[in-house]
Design a protein around this ligand. Structure first.
Ligand code: FMN
Length: 331
């Protein structure tokens, strides 16, 4: 009798533990006090679009280039902003003219590019000041290591060309690989969208946004998702196309292991935890499986956010009662 009572109490305790910790799922091992992972950045990619713009013209072009390439937009912010008097070039002694006349002038920059090493193509935009790039562009070029990077410039002016500035920078910084310049006079700004699109296409640069798209085909039906920009997402993209066998886990997620049994995902640049929501594509690093959540779950250590299903795709995963086969491909 005593023994029976002990078994019942033990079973009840175990049930309580299960309810409070979700002990049957791997993510249940996670502590509750972990910091939430930083939000995954989408479309950051390997393209940086840095620009200085005193009156907004170059900024407009920079935004179009960032949109077209899926690159990261970075405004080069002067530590001391330029006011109207500073830019009044008809006054010989205005700040902008003084700087342009002084080859050693290097106006300070207030902000910094995060992780410059991760970019391999850098677009640099600037207005034309007296036929040249403003000196702050030299400050920018001298602040980072550009070796191994392709540098493209873009510029805007009232009517002058951009070639003088491009040639000037190319000869002043022979170690930097300046590839090409795209220039806009004020009358060409209205056609910036189409000119940028043709330029980017001619350069053979594919939008990161496009390369981040993947598809899942289940029983003849295809749904789409966007991968985040981290090492695990890139690792997954590099393995595509891939057919994986998924099964249900914990009535919350569909999980699959890589066909070769390997678990060695590239964790070099990936968040170490996340709080998954329905529609999140993740990889659980302690086990090496992909996990696609069709229900929200709690903060989980070792769970790397990899991407996000498009609206409507969750239902297809949730509807699978049995184990199922999925073809994952680049979209
Ligand atoms: C100090 C200064 C010098 C300029 N020099 C030239 C020039 O040599 N040729 C030209 O066509 N426009 C010149 N401009 C006009 C700017 O290049 C043009 O308005 C540009 O689009 C401004 O870009 P932003 O709005 O991004 O600053 C100059 C403007 C300033 C303030």
């Amino acid at each position: 009798m005593k023994q029976k009572l002990l078994i019942v109490i033990t079973a009840m305790l175990c049930a309580l533990v299960f309810i409070f910790t979700g002990c049957s799922d791997p993510e249940g091992q996670q502590g509750q006090n972990d910091q939430t992972a930083p939000p995954p950045s989408v479309g950051q990619g390997k393209v940086l679009v840095a620009y200085f713009s005193a009156t907004g013209n170059t900024e407009g072009v920079a935004e179009i280039i960032a949109d077209t390439t899926g690159g990261t937009l970075f405004e080069i912010v002067p530590e001391v902003p330029y006011n109207d008097a500073d830019l009044n070039y008809s006054n010989d002694d205005c700040r902008a003219n003084r700087e342009q006349n002084d080859e050693n002038a290097r106006p300070a920059i207030a902000n910094e590019v995060e992780d410059m090493a991760s970019y391999d193509k850098v677009f640099i935009g600037h207005p034309i000041w007296w036929g040249d790039a403003p000196r702050i562009i030299q400050t920018f070029l001298e602040s980072y290591d550009f070796s191994g990077k392709e540098v493209y410039t873009f510029s805007t002016s009232g009517s002058s060309s951009g070639s003088g500035a491009f040639n000037g920078l190319s000869s002043e910084y022979p170690d930097i690989d300046f590839v090409e310049n795209l220039h806009f006079t004020s009358s060409q700004l209205s056609s910036a969208q189409t000119r940028v699109e043709s330029w980017i296409e001619a350069l053979g640069i594919t939008s990161n946004a496009e390369t981040n798209r993947i598809s899942f085909t289940i029983g003849g039906e295809t749904v789409y998702a966007t991968l985040y920009d981290n090492s695990v997402a890139r690792d997954l993209a590099s393995r595509l196309p891939l057919t994986l066998e998924f099964s249900d886990y914990n009535s919350t997620e569909k999980i699959a292991y890589l066909p070769d049994g390997s678990e060695d995902w590239d964790l070099s640049d990936a968040p170490t935890s996340c709080t998954p929501s329905a529609g999140d594509i993740t990889m659980y690093s302690p086990w090496g499986n992909l996990a696609i959540f069709y229900r929200d779950f709690r903060l989980s250590n070792g769970l790397v956010p990899v991407g996000s299903l498009d609206d409507g795709a969750i239902e297809l995963f949730a509807a699978q009662d049995e184990d199922f086969s999925v073809l994952i491909a680049a979209a």
